[in-house]
Design a binder for this molecule. Structure first.
Ligand code: SAM
Length: 234
């Protein structure tokens, strides 16, 4: 069996993002696309992988320290600093049918919105974006999908998952509710859950592109993939 190549931690994440966005741009004409990157950080992993393939990018990010660097990225036409969940609610009226692609690179596990509600991975953002009406009738949603999160309290954090809201049991319970299966998941089980969410809001899941992520923990098997959902409304 061919051994999976290992990449240094610094490269693992960006390489998988580049792989996915290159595949998207090969398959779809993105040259006129308007894109929302809803959890942008400084754009180093996602926006930098596609900004030259699209018409313009709106970058939303909680932490104001990234504002200047985001504003200076080519094709980023708008930067919004603040809670993206709140901003999504506020934008419902003004951004109807606006985006060709929305990137949901949320924090890996639990995080909070401005009102202190717990949000888990991309689950709430995915539902919120599809429900909000900001997508075109045919749109792409891009996410980082973790098949098998590890428990930092058992095997160590590897430099990740060092945040106040970390709670492995609550995280796993919210995953089981969303995916309707607990424990390690297959790509098929996860895609099936995304299809159900799309259908709930009147969209068909009309296509997918998936690229595996190298593990950024040396010696560990890959546990995540990046996924592009093509959603279509009749
Ligand atoms: C995984 S990082 C995004 C990485 C990014 N795509 C890149 O290219 O580097 C997740 C980001 O979500 C931000 N975030 C967390 N909660 C948020 C919220 N409620 N609203 C907006 N951004 C949030 C964090 O500050 C962090 O920068």
């Amino acid at each position: 069996m061919t051994k999976i190549r290992e990449l240094p931690k610094s490269l693992a994440d960006t390489r998988s993002a580049e792989l996915l966005f290159n595949a998207i741009a090969d398959f779809y004409d993105m040259s006129q696309a308007t894109v929302l990157d809803m959890f942008a950080r400084d754009g180093a992993i996602t926006i930098r992988s596609y900004q030259d393939k699209v018409r313009n990018v709106h970058a939303w990010e909680l932490d104001g320290k990234h504002e200047r660097i985001l504003s200076n990225i080519n094709n980023v036409s708008e930067v919004v600093v603040g809670c993206s969940y709140t901003h999504l609610q506020r934008s419902k009226g003004t951004l109807q049918g606006h985006y060709d692609m929305v990137v949901l690179d949320t924090p890996l596990g639990l995080h909070r919105d401005e009102e202190g509600n717990t949000r888990c991975e991309h689950f709430d953002a995915l539902r919120g974006v599809i429900d909000s009406g900001i997508l075109k009738d045919k749109s792409l949603i891009v996410m980082y999908c973790n098949r098998n999160p590890y428990n930092r309290d058992e095997i160590g954090s590897h430099g990740y998952d060092e945040y106040e809201d970390y709670n492995f049991d609550e995280w796993m319970a919210l995953r089981a509710t969303f995916y309707k299966v607990s424990g390690p998941l297959t790509e098929e089980q996860m895609i099936s859950a995304y299809r159900s969410v799309a259908l709930q809001y009147g969209y068909q899941l009309s296509g997918v592109i998936a690229t595996p992520c190298h593990s950024d923990i040396q010696g560990s098997p890959p546990y995540a993939f990046r996924l592009c959902l093509e959603l279509t409304k009749d």
